[in-house]
Ligand binder design. Structure first.
Ligand code: MG
Length: 258
């Protein structure tokens, strides 16, 4: 099932996509809902980020080839950092190139969206009960600032540095899906989630032992090899088998008064 969040005639709602038509959802996508009969063509809506998380937990160096391309060791335990919810943008929204950076990279990733409160999950807990679905994610990174700072906060947290979408997909096996990133139509990343060092079930349990995961929270599971810089005017597409394509353009910061 593909669940979209969108604006239609000034209303924000969720809908299920069936053959290019959205059927609005009544109720909560995290609990119980029913699908209404009224149909809205997807071409008539503005797509929004599929969730408004309380936090975005990111996993660094979760693919061997990517760790190696940046000259890093494979970590013995998951390397975690956070992105603020203020960085989220939806499909087709612009990634704004900060004045502070001269090198902004794309990182195509699989995002996990949490369904219900998850705390201290053990091997006995069924991790799938805690997952609402999956989406494409772009862990946009100011690489020059990441190398300059001791920790990742500044490099990873600019507004617009967390594109997510285009929808969330409920039925997907996160341990074996193909992920591709395109820069201006050119293939730049191609990986499979089966090559993650720490797979999704492990990550959910591990993170839940550190912080309580809330409904709507996002886990960005790391990027395969092939990261590289973007320039204002570029278009970046993160494509995951079974989900679809998250497209964003890059633009320069427009000077705002005040
Ligand atoms: Mg990343």
């Amino acid at each position: 099932m593909k669940i979209y969040r969108f604006r239609y005639r000034k209303r924000i709602m969720y809908g299920i996509l069936k053959e290019e038509v959205l059927f609005p959802v009544k109720g909560s996508i995290f609990k119980d809902f029913r699908i209404e009969d009224s149909a809205i063509p997807i071409a008539e809506v503005t797509l929004l980020p599929p969730v408004c998380p309380s936090k975005i937990v990111c996993v660094g160096r979760n693919y061997r080839e990517h760790a190696e391309e940046l000259g890093n060791q494979v970590p013995p335990e998951p390397l975690l950092f956070l992105k603020p919810p203020s960085a989220i943008i939806g499909p087709n929204q612009a990634i704004v190139y900060p004045e502070m950076s001269q090198r902004v990279d794309y990182e195509g990733e699989l995002a996990v969206i949490i369904k219900k409160k998850a705390k201290n999950l053990s091997e006995r807990d069924n991790w799938q009960d805690y997952v609402l679905g999956y989406a494409c994610f772009n862990d946009v990174t100011a690489r020059d600032l990441q190398l300059k700072d001791v920790q990742f906060t500044r490099a990873k947290s600019f507004d617009t540095f967390a594109p997510i979408g285009p929808c969330l997909v409920t039925d997907l096996d996160p341990t074996a899906v193909h992920l591709k990133t395109f820069l201006n139509g050119q293939l730049v990343q191609s990986g499979n989630t089966r090559n993650m060092i720490f797979p999704v079930p492990f990550l959910i349990r591990y993170i839940s032992k550190i912080m309580t995961l809330e409904p709507g929270d996002v886990i960005a599971t790391g990027t395969p090899a092939g990261v590289g810089p973007m320039q204002p005017g570029d278009r970046v597409d993160v494509q995951i088998e079974g989900i679809g394509t998250l497209s964003n353009i890059v633009k320069n910061k427009i000077k705002e008064a005040g």
